[in-house]
Design a protein around this ligand. Structure first.
Ligand code: ADP
Ligand code: MG
Length: 908
């Protein structure tokens, strides 16, 4: 907890003029700046603190747990105030941003001495230098090193009056400079947002108020902005101006909608950075459909980025990440969030993973060089926006050296497209930059440039000279102390320094009198008496102090000049450095995937444009590792969803088996293997052939979503509806225990109809796990439905899980055996067995068998209900069937016709 200090001496403190009704000049300035930033907490710089006043102070003190004080009066009222020390502001910012606040940082923009010159009551000029918002952060302390932090702008065009819309998303990470565009429709929007996990989304007020989008947007960190930011007419001009180009033609043919979204992004960046322009790459567009569409529910379900409880550990990324740099970790996350759909592009990535996987020494060497590479992209971004420090320059130096060394090590590798590309990028930065930085920077670097001492010796002769002078003076102070101590015979006399008095002579209280009386009072001038000490100055000490201060000031001034020169040189090479940084990250990801492949015995999948899906000996990438730690073996399983014959659609596996058998694991592992294959990774299987998947859906029955206020079953049905409406022949669908959230017959009926729909209408590849073993009867009617079951063994009344998926159907649920394993009391188990026996005597299977025989297929059902049975029709049909026209005379035929007519006559 921080005590709030007095306002800086240079300001007229609010208290000084706090008479009833009067507004102090300081408050006047504050109120004006606050009024210009009403939606932000205002960090108002006063000396070494950022102060917050009024409502902001109340909000911040509560959020940060810091003391709320009062300072002076404003219009007769107390002014609530709290403050955070500048040195630790990042920490507090982090917490406020995480809580969803926005902060305007207001600095003193002139030397307080200047203000004093204007007169006693003058207030130091201040201005907001930056708005800190969740989507526009650059500080390492505010960012997760292993994840991108995207700012996303959504622009919409209404295509028709009935609400059909097209969307363009522009997204950028100002901490790394990535800037891309993607278009989608209303259905695709949630999946895109789920992929990007934006730190902040900006939309126009109109879009924010749209009733249809409200449920989606309200759950996300959205900042609504005025219409001007999303103005289509000025979009191209604003975008071109950010990149200082005459037209945006060089960015490719961007639609008006894309231009609007991109311009909104850069306009917002300029607004929050107050005119500074972080080094963004020109916006590149992602082709529609270039990535595997995975909606939010599926991502959560498959635990791609975090587990259901929010941890990275235990998630897919946690299981596969072997990168050694944070930039590599970010790129791997990006790739996992957006697997590819183009078999050629996937093949290119697999080629380089394969290359590294076969050469262990190369992998080792490359990873060693990579590990020496700091986060180039983020250091660069900070330098450009003027928030960089000496350590950022060092990061550039080390990163560029690592790049050069990596480049040299890769020179001898076989020519694989991705590596050739990376080498070209690593070659781009001028080696002289790293050399210059190396020559300039000292060994110990402070975090802030204002602390000085970061330029090494023998780099700048003028600096060396000034420093010598400064250090010399310090020696002179030591000599003076010795002389004074000798002369006065006060052995404990010390020369000390603090920020209030500067240098002073200090003696203990008992010697104070001596120095205040002749002859010593001619030399020493009394300054301060404390409880235990008395403090003095002297003319000689004063002169010395001025000399020291001057030398130190000059040294710092020189260092800051050198810093600016070095930073400018780095900034001028921003494009080349960014390219090298990206190449480092790409190589890191590739080598990490190769390392993973070797470590866990993954194989190269074959990814093509077919609809095949054959996984032999597949394993679950996460569960396998978790089980491995406990020593147990993971049982590998096959899966073949390929179309049974050429031209047909893919198959549906209906997986039955008791609880705990391994159904869910099996379903997910096949989905995860497809994801891995499409990010260009090897996969945990003996063999894999995958016809590229365009959309992946995964749902689990009865998942709770109480946070969003929907009943469990409602969520399950909403999600199932999305799949049945959207999946196509290229999609892969995982449905786990759908229908579990309601009564048995309801659930069974819904599951039944859903399978028929998937088979007849969606025609997608699918895995459907169910505990309704009645559903297995459907295989008789649906030619591409395949029954599979997870084997269990009964042994002395207990069930033993074999985790082995085999063709066929589970004969029963084994629920009671599983309950017994779970420790249900013996009496309950015995009673349950009795009840089950009774129920089974009534043959629960038979109603399902009837259904199979009697219910028309889904497609037929879609045409309309079957007419009710009519005895007359049945009689006519029977009679017709008994006739043999070839053997009849004309007369017999005539008689038969009359007989039929009679049968058809309604009975009274
Ligand atoms: P179900 O969905 O059938 O109830 P799960 O898939 O949740 O079963 O699996 C239950 C547990 O069994 C898992 O937590 C895992 O530890 C273990 N398991 C599942 N599949 C395998 C396997 N193939 N090999 C080894 N253990 C497995
Ligand atoms: Mg399960």
């Amino acid at each position: 907890m921080d005590a709030t200090p007095l306002p800086a001496a240079n300001d007229a403190p609010p208290a000084a003029a706090g008479e009833e009704g009067r507004v102090t000049p300081l408050m006047e300035q504050y109120v004006e700046i606050k009024a210009a930033n009403p939606d932000c907490l205002l960090f108002y710089r006063m000396g070494d603190f950022y102060e917050l006043f009024f409502g902001d102070a109340e909000v911040a003190s509560r959020a940060l747990g810091i003391v709320l004080t009062k300072r002076g009066k404003h219009r007769g009222q107390d002014i609530p105030m709290c403050g955070v020390p500048v040195e630790r502001a990042d920490d507090y910012l982090h917490r406020l941003i995480a809580l969803g606040h926005r902060v305007a940082v207001c600095e003193q923009i002139e030397d307080p001495a200047e203000a004093r010159k204007r007169g006693g009551k003058s207030v130091v000029r201040r201005d907001v230098v930056r708005l800190v918002t969740p989507g526009t952060l650059t500080e390492d302390s505010l960012l997760d090193a292993k994840r991108n932090n995207y700012l996303v702008a959504i622009a919409r065009a209404k295509l028709s009056a009935d609400g059909d819309s097209a969307f363009a998303l522009a997204f950028l990470d100002i901490s790394t400079g990535e800037f891309r565009l993607v278009e989608c429709d209303r259905n695709g929007l949630p999946a895109e947002l789920a992929r990007l996990e934006p730190g902040e989304i900006i939309v126009s007020d109109a879009l924010y108020g749209d009733a249809e989008l409200a449920p989606l947007l309200r759950a996300l960190p959205v900042t609504p902005l005025g219409r001007d930011v999303f103005d289509g007419a000025s979009a191209e001009r604003r975008l071109a101006s950010y990149f200082a180009v005459a037209t945006t033609d060089a960015f490719g043919a961007l639609s008006r909608l894309e231009l609007t979204a991109a311009a909104a992004c850069v306009t917002y960046v300029e607004r929050t950075q107050i005119g500074k322009r972080p080094p963004l790459s020109p916006p590149t567009r992602e082709a529609a459909g270039a990535t595997l569409a995975i909606d939010a529910a599926t991502r959560t379900n498959l635990e791609l980025m975090r587990t259901q409880t929010g941890d990275r550990r235990g998630s897919m990324i946690g299981a596969i990440d072997r990168t050694v740099t944070v930039a590599g970790a970010r790129l791997l996350s990006q790739r996992l969030a957006a697997p590819l759909t183009d078999p050629t592009a996937i093949g290119r990535r697999l080629d380089s993973v394969e290359l590294f996987s076969t050469d262990a020494p190369l992998r080792g060497d490359v990873r060693e060089r990579l590990a020496a590479a700091p986060d180039l992209a983020r250091a660069l971004a900070r330098l450009v926006v003027g928030r960089g420090g000496p350590r950022d320059l060092a990061a550039i130096r080390d990163g560029l050296y690592a790049a050069a060394q990596l480049r040299a090590r890769l020179a001898a590798t076989p020519a694989v497209a991705e590596i050739i590309e990376a080498m070209a990028a690593l070659d781009r930065p001028d080696p002289a930059i790293a050399a210059e930085l190396a020559a300039a920077l000292g060994a110990e670097l402070p975090l802030f440039k204002r602390d000085g001492g970061f330029v090494g010796t023998q780099y700048d002769p003028a600096l060396d000279e000034t420093r010598a002078l400064r250090d010399e003076s310090r020696r002179v102070v030591a000599a003076l102390q010795a002389r004074y101590a000798d002369g006065t015979q006060v052995k404990s006399l010390k020369i000390r320094h603090n920020n209030v008095l500067g240098y002073f002579v200090e003696v203990t209280a008992q010697h104070g009198d001596k120095l205040m009386n002749p002859p010593w009072n001619a030399t020493f001038i009394h300054r301060q008496t404390l409880a235990g000490q008395v403090r003095f100055t002297s003319t000689e000490l004063g002169a010395l102090e001025a000399k020291i201060a001057n030398a130190a000031d000059r040294a710092l001034g020189l260092e800051l000049e050198i810093f600016d020169r070095l930073a400018a040189r780095v900034i001028a090479a921003a494009d080349e450095i960014k390219a090298a940084a990206h190449a480092l990250a790409a190589i890191d990801v590739t080598v990490a995937l190769a390392e993973l492949a070797v470590e866990r015995a993954y194989v190269r999948p074959q990814v093509d444009a077919s609809r095949d899906f054959v996984i032999m000996g597949g394993r679950h990438p996460v569960v396998e590792q978790a089980i491995g730690r406990d020593g147990g073996p993971f049982v590998a399983n096959d899966c073949d969803l390929s179309p049974p014959q050429a031209g047909a659609a893919g198959r549906i596996y209906l997986v039955t088996g008791p609880n705990m058998a391994g159904k869910s694991t099996y379903l997910r592992q096949n989905a995860l293997i497809a994801v891995l294959a499409q990010i260009g990774s090897f996969v945990p299987a003996r063999e894999a052939r995958i016809g590229v998947v365009d959309r992946l859906f995964s749902r689990v029955g009865a998942a709770d979503d109480l946070a969003r206020g929907r009943s469990t079953f409602m969520v399950e049905m909403v999600e199932t509806a999305a799949i049945l409406n959207q999946a196509n022949e290229r999609s892969l669908v995982i449905l786990d225990e759908i229908g579990r959230g309601t009564a048995t017959f309801d659930g069974l009926s819904i599951a039944w109809a859903a399978i028929e729909h998937l088979h007849e209408q969606n025609r997608c590849r699918a895995l459907f796990a169910t505990h309704f073993h009645e559903l297995t009867a459907l295989a008789a009617k649906l030619p591409r439905l395949f029954n599979a079951t997870v084997r269990v063994k009964e042994w002395q009344g207990d069930v033993v899980f074999l985790h082995e998926v085999v063709p066929g159907a589970a004969d029963r649920s084994y629920g009671i055996q599983v309950a017994k394993l779970a420790g249900l009391p013996g009496k309950v188990i015995e009673r349950a067995k009795l009840v089950l026996a009774e129920l089974e005597a009534e043959d629960r299977m038979s109603p399902a068998r009837h259904l199979i025989d009697d219910l028309p297929l889904f497609s037929a059902a879609a045409r309309g209900p079957a007419p009710p049975a009519n005895p007359a029709i049945e009689a006519v049909m029977k009679a017709l069937a008994a006739l043999h026209p070839d053997e009849m005379s004309p007369r017999e035929a005539m008689e038969a016709l009359y007989a039929l007519k009679l049968l058809a006559k309604p009975r009274s």
